[in-house]
Design a protein around this ligand. Structure first.
Ligand SMILES: Nc1ccn([C@@H]2O[C@H](COP(=O)(O)O)[C@@H](O)[C@H]2O)c(=O)n1
Ligand SMILES: C[C@@]1(CO)OP(=O)(O)OP(=O)(O)OC[C@H]1O
Length: 157
């Protein structure tokens, strides 16, 4: 069994779509990034890579490579899953948390779990996604950005 952690932050700006866990969430701002800036999926990918000491997403998908401009992070998740499988491992379980003052994430969590489950080909019960505010403290609390944390375990296939 291997364990990895992941953390990511993206800035909230006007004129971008808000994509979290592969779900488009109606909001007046979206996250800024080279890709679709899906901060939850980025944290999850880093936890998967970390579990096998494979570096981070910036190493595998450089943010100066035009190939990744505007790319769906779900496509990157599929690639990270292939890397894990190529090394003889599969995801055992994921626990994650989205830190956002707004918008309300709870109504979208089941769709996010389902999206991730179908990419990783593991049961939704092995994927946990939670959300919290910071009671208006810090950059998330000021609605300047959204962060996400993830921990995952991998087991041998
Ligand atoms: N962006 C968010 C933040 C929180 N939630 C849900 O609300 C609950 C209460 O949040 P607190 O930060 O006040 O503890 C939390 O447990 C989540 O279920 C949310 O949906 N979206
Ligand atoms: C996802 C990548 C893809 O180029 O770009 P960004 O959307 O900017 O996201 P970041 O969390 O900065 O990670 C770097 C890159 O891997």
């Amino acid at each position: 069994m291997r364990v990895g952690i992941g953390y990511d932050v993206h800035k909230l700006v006007e004129g971008r779509k808000l994509i979290l866990g592969g779900v488009h969430i109606e909001y007046d701002k979206g996250l800024l990034g080279h890709s679709d800036a899906d901060v939850l999926i980025h944290a999850i990918m880093d936890s998967m890579l970390g579990a096998l000491a494979l570096g981070d997403i910036g190493k595998h998908f450089p943010d100066n490579d035009v190939k990744y401009k505007g790319i769906s992070s779900m496509k990157l998740l599929r690639k990270v899953n292939e890397l894990i499988h190529d090394r003889g491992y599969r995801v055992n379980n994921i626990d994650s948390i989205i830190v956002a003052q707004e918008p309300k994430i709870a109504p979208y969590i089941e769709e996010m779990r389902s999206n991730i489950s179908s990419i990783l080909n593991i049961p939704v019960d092995d994927i946990s996604i939670k959300a919290t505010t910071t009671e208006r403290l810090g950059f998330e609390g000021r609605k300047e950005g959204i962060s996400a944390h993830s921990i995952c375990t991998l087991c041998k296939k």
